[in-house]
Structure formats: C-alpha cells, structure tokens
Design a protein around this ligand. Structure first.
Ligand SMILES: [Zn+2]
Length: 202
C-alpha cells in the first residue's frame, strides 16, 4: 500500500494530525489504512520525514503488528493455516484476509510457498480487493459526531452545512461515515446510528 495512489489517507503532522479515509474501501481496509497512517505519525514525525518504499513498508509493518499482536496470533494456533482457517480466524482482528495472511508470513507461521498459494486462492475467491461476506462496521470518528452535536445545539442544520460547501446533505453524510442527521421526522432530526465495532484486545 502506498499513500500516493489508490490510497487516500494522508496524515499531517502540523498541529493536530488528521487522517482521511477512503469510504469506498471495506471496513477492514479502512481500519488498516488508519493504523498505517498512525504508523507514519509514530515513526516518521521528525523534522525530516522519511518517504518512499521503506517508509511505506515500515508503516505497513506497524499497522500489521498494531492490529494483530504477536501473542494474540500465536494463541490462535494458526501455524500453516488453511484458507478456510484464515477466513475464520481473521475476523477476530478486524483485518482483511490478505493482511492476516501477510502477518502470518511475517511471523513465519506460513512459509513463502504456502503464503503464495494462499494469496492466489484468496484472490480467486475475491479477497484481493474486497471481503466477501463481511459485515464489519466501518470505523468512524468520535470527534466528528461531537462537532455535529455541537452545531445542532447551536441551531445549525445539516442542510445549512451542506449548502455552505455546495453539496447535498446525503453526500455530506456519506463523507462523514453516516454520522450526521440525515432526515427529519415530525420536526425532529434523525441520526444514523452507526457505531464502530471495537473491542479490547488482550
Ligand atoms: Zn503511507
């Protein structure tokens, strides 16, 4: 993954860092992208920021270890796991089947040959760019929902906000992960109840 092409999560180190996620990706990939950008902020926040393939690989390695802790993976006993086992085990971590397979290879739980075979099978099953059958809820922003709550308390409507940036309310809602009120019923605003499926990893 790189920060320059199909990926759209550039982070900035000026003042408060922001991470922008591509809403067209699956929840699993959005989660990895967020962790990847966190890796850049943690690893590359010095005066001279490293760029290029090495920095990208380091951010990917950070995201992989951050989302799939070594002890937790070892406890799953996924040594030489079959594709079926990988698909059932990856759900615990909220990652894509491909990311899970990479992690197993990095931890030497999959040989290079076995990894290549696994990647080929996963691609044939549609896991190269998607997560067939996944119902994972996309990660979202707590801050944005607080901002919209504050604006609502001030009497600023979603329509006002959308109009100020020249887009439809539905489009605004799409960009902010469905966190804004999207409709009105009996004079009351209705908020889309989307909550991230987060859990504590021991
Ligand atoms: Zn990057």
């Amino acid at each position: 993954m790189t920060c320059t092409d199909e990926f759209s999560a550039p982070s900035t180190r000026h003042c408060t860092p922001y991470i922008l996620l591509n809403t067209r990706k699956t929840g699993e990939r959005g989660r990895f992208d967020a962790a990847h950008e966190l890796g850049h902020l943690v690893l590359h926040s010095g005066y001279q920021s490293p760029r290029g393939p090495e920095a990208e690989a380091a951010a990917d390695a950070f995201a992989s270890a951050f989302l799939m802790p070594r002890a937790g993976i070892l406890a799953q006993q996924v040594n030489n796991a079959s594709v079926e086992r990988i698909l059932s085990a990856k759900g615990r971590w909220g990652v894509s089947a491909m990311a899970f397979s990479y992690r197993l290879r990095t931890m030497k739980l999959l040989s290079e040959w076995r990894f290549q075979q696994t990647a080929k099978q996963l691609a044939q099953l549609g896991y190269r760019k998607g997560e067939p059958g996944s119902s994972m809820v996309r990660e979202s922003s707590k801050l944005i929902s607080k901002v919209f709550e504050a604006l609502r308390a001030e009497g600023t409507s979603v329509n006002d906000l959308a109009k100020s940036v020249h887009i439809f309310p539905e489009e605004l809602n799409h960009y902010v992960f469905g966190l804004v009120p999207i409709g009105y019923k009996g004079g009351e605003q209705r908020t889309a109840p989307i909550r991230p499926a987060l859990s504590i990893v021991k």
